[in-house]
Write a protein of this length. Structure first.
Length: 566
């Protein structure tokens, strides 16, 4: 028990209640007197053994300082960080984050949320049956309430607090069971029926994880973490800005180097060095990007004219991922792995950056290229609405963050969300908004599992990936590696077994002998010219009928092999 708890116990309920009264008027003089009187009679009851006279302390101040505590919940986590009592490990560090406090605790919560995404499994038939019964019971209850209200001549509109939370927090925003409960007028025409089919959740065995990031994340070393997620098909979609697209290609064409935040802009401008925080991108890299991109814009325009189709931003990002395949460093590209694994990359602000500059130049050199953003927003929203379970990993803010969240408004909110950014919400910006604000809009479910880590994503995201995606990936890989030796041993044993059988039969045939099965007694007989004798094996017991047969190593080996067959 701590010293503060001992003090609280010593105060007692009566002493605390009288001393804690608000003493701000003359009417409370009696309370002061009563308090002083109680203290003089038994000071130790209130103040313990330290104080012996009532004149050594102000009673009201002491009551305020020695405020008793309500007992803490049993499951409260105690603050404790890394003890460094053993060799440091990633697992130990990740485990301690949850109880460290401040943003470390939020990062620990983020790890839990991502692990919950990865652990998610579709509901079983029994769970779906219970959900359907629960929805039916709620519908019947609402119907009864309406009838009662109608009987008493009251408005039949049920207050939203009665059931809106249930509808917002349902496991599946659109399911086949819920469609049965929908009013028939929703299916009144063919177009609405087609919409229902599109929005119906697809069968999935894992949570659909969306990755959203701003362009500076690709400029930093987080690009390699994004590549890891796309390469191993750990995400189903990505949303970024134009800079996130172009910087991925530019890094294949030339390096981005580490600089300093304090480098003077005018000096860098004269040198042709572009600064992104404390990173430097030589302007030469953007010139290389233009040389590489312009011919591809020509091909996109030609494709558009030949096929009479209008390209979307996700069509362009997919094409760029395919086009970079011919470059020697293509496996470093995030767009390449998204193209290879059929992961759409949505970029609603495609023209905001060097990519937009190149499109601008291209309109003068070879005009006619058209980009359809309406078709892409349909694709993104349909993909989100058709997911039975969605998880959002959002790094930074801006347009990618809101575009990702807004797409999930179409399914009444995502089940999981992790925000990693350093923006504040006091100015009402969406970039700094916490997940609970998205809950109010229906972009995250009311009962969703969400957290925001207010810190630089270049610090938090590598730890998050290491403790979740990467740990599971390499654990699975290690399990496979452990399985292979056992499988190889079994294969070798089986091979040796069949080789022995083949050799055994071959020796018998070469020796002119034969294997006989006289009956149920399982007598196996063979005869070899070299020995001129016969070995009988019956029920795993072999006997040599000629002298010297048992001492012959060849026959001894064959006998053992035969015993294995008996």
């Amino acid at each position: 028990m701590s010293q503060g708890q001992k003090s609280s116990d010593a105060i007692g309920e009566e002493g605390f209640s009288s001393a804690a009264l608000p003493l701000h008027s003359g009417a409370n003089e009696s309370a002061r007197t009563a308090t002083s009187h109680d203290v003089s009679e038994d000071p130790q009851t209130v103040y313990g053994k330290t104080y012996t006279t009532p004149s050594s302390f102000p009673a009201a101040a002491t009551a305020a300082v020695l405020q008793p505590s309500v007992p803490l919940p049993v499951d409260t986590l105690h603050v404790k960080g890394v003890t460094w009592s053993a060799t440091p490990s990633l697992e130990g560090l990740a485990t301690s984050l949850l109880t460290t406090g401040f943003q470390a605790t939020h990062l620990g919560r983020a790890i839990e949320v991502v692990n919950a995404m990865l652990d998610w499994q579709p509901p079983t038939k029994e769970e779906r049956r219970r959900q359907k019964e629960s929805r039916k019971a709620e519908k019947d209850r609402r119907k009864q309430v309406r009838e009662i209200l109608r009987e008493h001549g009251l408005p039949t509109e049920i207050d939203g607090s009665g059931g809106s939370e249930d509808s917002c927090s349902s496991e599946d925003s659109y399911s086949s069971e819920e469609e049965e409960d929908m009013p028939s007028e929703q299916h009144g025409n063919q177009q609405q029926s087609e919409q229902q089919l599109v929005l119906r959740p697809k069968k999935q065995d894992r949570c659909s994880i969306w990755l959203s990031f701003t362009s500076n994340m690709i400029s930093s070393g987080l690009r390699e973490a994004f590549v890891f997620l796309a390469k191993h098909k750990m995400i189903v979609a990505a949303v970024t800005s134009a800079g996130g697209v172009e910087e991925d290609i530019i890094k294949c064409l030339g390096p981005t180097v580490v600089g300093d935040f304090a480098l003077k802009g005018s000096v860098l401008r004269r040198k042709g060095w572009n600064r992104i925080g404390n990173l430097i991108v030589p302007n030469e890299n953007y010139c290389k990007f233009e040389d590489w991109l312009q011919p591809h814009l020509d091909r996109l325009l030609q494709r558009q004219q030949e096929r009479e189709v209008v390209l979307t931003p996700s069509d362009i990002t997919r094409y760029l991922g395919e086009a970079i395949e011919t470059h020697p460093r293509h496996e470093e590209s995030f767009l390449y792995w998204c193209w290879k694994n059929d992961i759409p990359v949505f970029c609603p602000g495609l023209t905001d950056g060097s990519l937009g500059d190149n499109i601008f130049f291209h309109t003068y050199r070879n005009p006619g290229l058209v980009v359809d953003v309406a078709k892409d927003v349909r694709r993104a929203n349909d993909l989100a609405a058709g997911s039975r379970c969605s998880g959002l990993l959002i790094l930074g803010g801006g347009l990618p963050k809101h575009h990702t969240c807004n797409a999930h408004l179409m399914k009444n909110g995502a089940e999981f969300a992790v925000y990693l950014n350093s923006a504040s919400d006091f100015d009402g910006s969406d970039s700094g908004a916490r997940p609970d604000e998205a809950v109010s809009w229906g972009k995250i479910k009311v009962n969703g599992n969400h957290v925001k880590v207010t810190a630089d994503a270049t610090l938090t995201f590598p730890l998050l990936v290491a403790a979740t995606f990467a740990r599971r990936h390499f654990q699975k890989q290690q399990q496979q590696l452990n399985f292979y030796p056992a499988a190889i041993c079994l294969a070798v044993a089986a091979t040796v077994y069949y080789v022995i059988r083949i050799i055994y039969v071959a020796v018998l045939r070469r020796g002119g002998g034969a294997i006989e099965k006289p009956g149920d007694n399982k007598v196996y007989k063979f005869q070899a010219k070299q020995q001129g004798g016969v070995v009988y094996c019956e029920q795993r017991s072999c006997q040599c009928r000629i002298t010297g047969c048992a001492s012959d190593p060849v026959w001894s080996w064959l006998t053992k092999a035969l015993q294995g067959q008996a």
